[in-house]
Ligand binder design. Structure first.
Ligand code: SF4
Length: 266
């Protein structure tokens, strides 16, 4: 049955109410955005809480492309973390370590968002739209990620930081090769060193397995909190997977609720 956008949003909000996310979220964003960088602690895996009621969620939103990433004027040199990321992005833009990717890319896709954010989302690699626009998570997957952040977490997309394991699009949208992920890893590490987040959300199996150096599937990695150098890590499905498998959205809502609970606790 065809839904209007209004009905789709109403269903979504009812789903979030059932999942208890709205109540949990009421002051989480304001709290974590202003309490960044307390002492880090080693964390052991934790089990997920009880599952929310069975829900269904159809993606009724039309495709909406994100606006192009703002390109700083060459004359503008940013300061602080933004400046450090700007310098690293310039280095990445010149990188040709992966010959196939460097020769086929339109441009590198570094990352976007708030350099002071306590939360970083990590995906796997740019796709066709990202390669064109120079910005991670645009197109339908990007819109779904925006909905997760803004409707589910009640945060603004620009308040978090978003990047990928790879900074260049693999031809034909194939999965990143292990060698490519290894070559690009120093750029991810430097990005995380600069931002110094408290929380990371890995989107999809490539991101989760590479960040955590694990051979487990995303199904085994999701639903728990992992430690990465003192950063709390929650893994969930990639938005592109959710578009193909809407039934998995309820698992992602559970993962987001787990992430919000950790952010609430600080
Ligand atoms: S994917 Fe990373 S390491 Fe490979 S060419 Fe692009 S920027 Fe360089």
């Amino acid at each position: 049955m065809h839904q209007t956008m209004h009905e789709g949003i109403a269903d979504y909000l009812e789903m979030m109410r059932l999942a208890g996310i709205s109540e949990l979220r009421k002051h989480t964003a304001a709290t974590v955005l202003h309490e960044h960088n307390p002492p880090k602690e080693t964390l052991k895996r934790q089990d997920v809480g009880p599952r929310p009621p069975e829900i269904s969620c159809e993606d009724t939103k039309p495709e909406k492309l994100m606006p192009p990433a703002p390109i700083p004027s060459p004359g503008i040199v940013l300061s602080g973390k933004a400046g450090e990321l700007q310098r690293l992005a310039s280095e990445v833009a010149q990188c040709t370590l992966c010959k196939d990717l460097a020769s086929s890319r339109t441009q590198t896709v570094f990352g976007t968002g708030n350099p002071d954010s306590p939360l970083v989302f990590i995906g796997e690699a740019p796709g066709m739209d990202e390669d064109k626009q120079g910005k991670p998570f645009v197109g339908r997957s990007g819109q779904l990620l925006t909905d997760i952040i803004e409707k589910g977490m009640q945060m603004r997309r620009e308040d978090v930081y978003i990047c990928n394991i790879l900074r260049c699009r693999p031809p034909g949208n194939r999965n990143p090769l292990p060698d490519e992920a290894a070559l690009c890893r120093p750029f991810l590490n430097q990005t995380l060193d600069i931002i110094n987040p408290k929380y990371i959300c890995c989107l999809g199996t490539i991101a989760a397995k590479n960040l955590l150096a694990s051979e487990k599937t995303i199904g085994a990695l999701r639903g728990q909190v992992w430690d990465y150098n003192g950063i709390k890590v929650v893994c969930t499905y990639h938005p592109a997977y959710l578009l193909r498998n809407p039934a998995a959205k309820k698992d992602t809502w559970n993962d987001i609720r787990l992430l919000l609970r950790e952010m609430e606790q600080g």
